[in-house]
Design a protein around this ligand. Structure first.
Ligand code: ZN
Length: 287
């Protein structure tokens, strides 16, 4: 990837370079950033990368790159909600779906960028969009910009490569360690291990970040079980994928997400951890 003259800082550069594999980028990418401008700049850059025919791309000087930087390339679309609406309509997603299967006009690839996808894609729109992600047309890239990717459905998340663009938003070591203990507790068949690991949630300062990390680890398991890429930890992901079915992992992610919400609602923590432990175990025993 050529970063000369693009002005990204080193953390963004390294996050974006992770996307490149053999001169290609994934067909579905989520760029997560608290800063909308950073996310949009990164999306523009990736779109340019996708349409630039040069080997050291994006070259920044060819006709494709120039059009891309002016946001006037016919094969790069920025989806905006229709007038007065805050969200994408189902019709919009349907017309994008149709359009995505039409060959590119000038470049060898097509790109669709969705800004504020976590706010603008309703659950119905996401389900409709999911079909497109399941059978992606060739050489088409979808780039979803989010402030918090966890707001999207796990089924969408599991099919996308998620990139966090702010260094600040990286998970701190303590939370990650806690999350590993919880996930190892879920994988092990000893109830006591899981209950002990869940005790860390009593510290409200770190419970949110810990559960966030648990979701990412579970998501890695889901990604590996559907042949996708992991974000944090491939080894734990493989253990999860071999121990549980895709459906079980999805249920666990949803459970984790709902307990994070419960903690915010000031539920009694001892009750929550006991309940959560029971629920994780109930899901893991399902056949
Ligand atoms: Zn170029």
């Amino acid at each position: 990837m050529n970063f000369k003259n693009f002005g990204f800082d080193s953390s963004v550069q390294s996050a974006l370079s992770e996307l490149e594999n053999n001169g290609r980028i994934p067909h579905a990418i989520i760029l997560e950033s608290e800063n909308k401008d950073t996310a949009l700049d990164a999306a523009k850059y990736l779109a340019m990368y996708a349409v630039c025919p040069q080997s050291d791309k994006p070259c920044g000087t060819c006709i494709h790159c120039k059009k891309a930087s002016l946001m006037s390339h016919p094969d790069i679309s920025y989806a905006y909600p229709e007038k007065k609406s805050k969200t994408y309509s189902i019709e919009q997603i349907r017309s994008i779906t149709k359009d995505a299967y039409i060959l590119p006009n000038e470049a060898n690839a097509k790109v669709y960028v969705f800004e504020e996808a976590d706010n603008r894609l309703s659950v119905i729109a996401q389900n409709s969009f999911l079909k497109l992600l399941e059978e992606p047309p060739k050489n088409v890239h979808f780039i979803l910009l989010c402030e918090n990717a966890q707001r999207l459905l796990v089924t969408i998340l599991s099919r996308c490569t998620v990139v966090r663009l702010n260094q600040k938003a990286k998970i701190d070591e303590k939370s990650l360690e806690n999350a590993h203990q919880i996930v190892n507790g879920i994988i092990s068949s000893r109830e006591y291990d899981l209950l002990i690991a869940l005790n860390v949630l009593s510290d409200k300062q770190i419970s949110d970040e810990t559960l966030f990390a648990v979701r990412i680890l579970l998501r890695d398991g889901l990604a590996i079980s559907v042949g996708g890429d992991f974000l944090l930890d491939g080894i734990t992901g493989k253990k999860l994928a071999s121990r549980f079915t895709k459906e079980q992992i999805i249920q666990m992610i949803e459970l984790t997400q709902s307990s994070a919400i419960k903690i915010k609602q000031n539920i009694n923590i001892n009750l929550l951890t006991t309940w959560l432990c029971g629920e994780y175990r109930r899901i893991s025993w399902q056949r």
